[in-house]
Design a binder for this molecule. Structure first.
Ligand SMILES: Cc1cc2nc3c(=O)[nH]c(=O)nc-3n(C[C@H](O)[C@H](O)[C@H](O)COP(=O)(O)OP(=O)(O)OC[C@H]3O[C@@H](n4cnc5c(N)ncnc54)[C@H](O)[C@@H]3O)c2cc1C
Length: 416
């Protein structure tokens, strides 16, 4: 008798877990349920469009559906379209791999001013997420607050020339928006010293390939710690690069105190440096890139009760968590694989320990999933996006949920 497992979320953590489970127990009836009509989470909507190599992991995940027998149930939001308790009743094990999509805020005065934006919202708009808001007007002087890889992604994309985006999957609307942005200055500001910045040195060094910029690094300091020293060396290597029209300035050790403006729009960001001195930087837009938290219909805080739950990924009998949803918003795509291996072993041991209970119906409990998007439906969206690509792009993403659904459900019957 095969057991039924539902994984909520088809991002990297859900896909790695499905791979590990099906490798060890190919007879499992396993479904990846996603609120979007398309799979792969932040690989599609977080990884930058000019980093297609990173998105190559999708080819590995495709084998899950094409060879290992996993099912994709897209366009079904758990907590909205189907209750978590109903899902738990229908499956032997349910795993929450729903990621974290809410932008953290700074908690300072002025964050509601016009011209203050959040990295997750901005990247969702740039990468054409179906729930994205329209792209905002940034004006000539942009400050990015934060020192992680997401902040560097945004700096790089804002600074690239149209030619430098060739081969990416950036769509025509965001491409035109970037080309017409009129940005003259990008300042990237970190609260910590450079040695403690969260970005990878390799991401910083990539900025030295940009043609249209002039880069300067202020106050990078020094470090005895090898990891810190690597970051500082990368910053020193790009300091002074280029003579292009767009200035990129790195600043460190500045605590944001207040955002100020006139007529409801931001015009200045105020900071305090390590010596307690006030520093004001003029700006037309301020983008916070300071991490992510829980949002939406799954009450993460209530579900992940204790630190021990978080550590083990076991929330209740038959209910588990993995990936960013479990750990918080840290770690790269491959980091989710280690999580997956450990959790798969635990889930299989728990299923084994239960002996042979009555067979659970799995997806057969939900006739409404006849309108869900299956893997074949996603492949129709995928094929249409690739076919629409002009010469200098690898695909043109379909941004509208309605268009995706019309394509996906064209000839599809209830996913089996
Ligand atoms: C902007 C950005 C850029 C990044 N760039 C890189 C990079 O270049 N390289 C790298 O290695 N890492 C990168 N990362 C980190 C990487 O994306 C994460 O490590 C990884 O995506 C986490 O995987 P996850 O499966 O836990 O979450 P996600 O990828 O967020 O997947 C969660 C999935 O759950 C679904 N979901 C959410 N709620 C529900 C619900 N209620 N019901 C059903 N489904 C639901 C979502 O639609 C989504 O598909 C980046 C992260 C961000 C935010």
């Amino acid at each position: 008798m095969s057991r039924a497992v539902a994984i909520v979320g088809s991002g990297p953590s859900g896909c790695y877990l499905a791979q590990a489970l099906l490798k060890a127990a190919p007879e499992l009836r396993l479904d990846l349920v996603d609120r979007l009509p398309v799979p792969y989470g932040l690989v599609r909507y977080g990884v930058a469009p000019d980093h297609q190599g990173t998105k190559g992991v999708i080819r590995q995940f495709e084998r899950l559906f094409e060879r290992q027998g996993a099912g994709f149930v897209g366009n079904v939001a758990v907590g909205e379209d189907v209750g978590l308790d109903d899902l738990r009743a229908a499956y032997d094990a349910v795993v929450l791999a729903a990621g974290l999509s809410a932008d953290r805020t700074l908690g300072i005065a002025g964050e509601t001013l016009e011209g203050v934006h959040r990295a997750g919202r901005l990247t969702r708009a740039l990468y054409e997420h179906p729930d994205a808001e329209p792209l905002p007007e940034l004006g000539p002087r942009v400050i990015i607050m934060g020192n992680g890889n997401v902040a560097i992604d945004i700096v790089r994309l804002l600074a690239k020339t149209p030619d430098e985006l060739a081969g990416s999957d950036l769509g025509p609307v965001p491409s035109a928006w970037l080309a017409g942005s009129g940005i003259e200055e990008i300042e990237i500001v970190g609260r910590s010293p450079a040695a403690a910045a969260k970005f990878d040195a390799v991401m910083v060094k990539e900025l030295a390939k940009l043609e249209g910029v002039r880069i300067r690094v202020l106050g990078a300091g020094a470090s005895d710690d090898p990891e810190g020293a690597k970051k500082i060396a990368a910053l020193e290597a790009i300091d002074g690069h280029g003579a292009g029209p767009r200035r990129i300035t790195f600043r460190f050790g500045l605590t944001p105190m207040e955002l100020a403006g006139e007529g409801g729009r931001i015009s200045e960001a105020r900071f305090q440096d390590a010596q307690g001195r006030a520093i004001a930087l003029p700006c037309s837009a301020f983008v916070t890139a300071i991490g992510f938290g829980a949002e939406g219909v799954l009450p993460r805080d209530a579900l992940i009760g204790s630190a021990a739950d978080r550590e083990a990924g076991v929330l209740a009998p038959g209910l588990y968590a993995t990936g960013w949803f479990r750990r918080g918003p840290q770690g790269t795509i491959p980091d989710n694989r280690a999580d997956a291996q450990l959790l798969a072993t635990r889930i299989l041991a728990d299923l084994e320990a239960e002996g042979t209970p009555a067979q659970k119906p799995g997806r057969n409990a939900f006739p409404a999933w006849a309108r869900a998007v299956g893997y074949e439906g996603w492949k129709r969206i995928d094929a249409a996006e690739i076919a629409a690509a002009p010469e200098n792009r690898c695909r043109v993403k379909i941004a509208s949920r309605e268009t995706m659904l019309a394509l996906a459900l064209q000839t599809e019957e209830c996913p089996q």
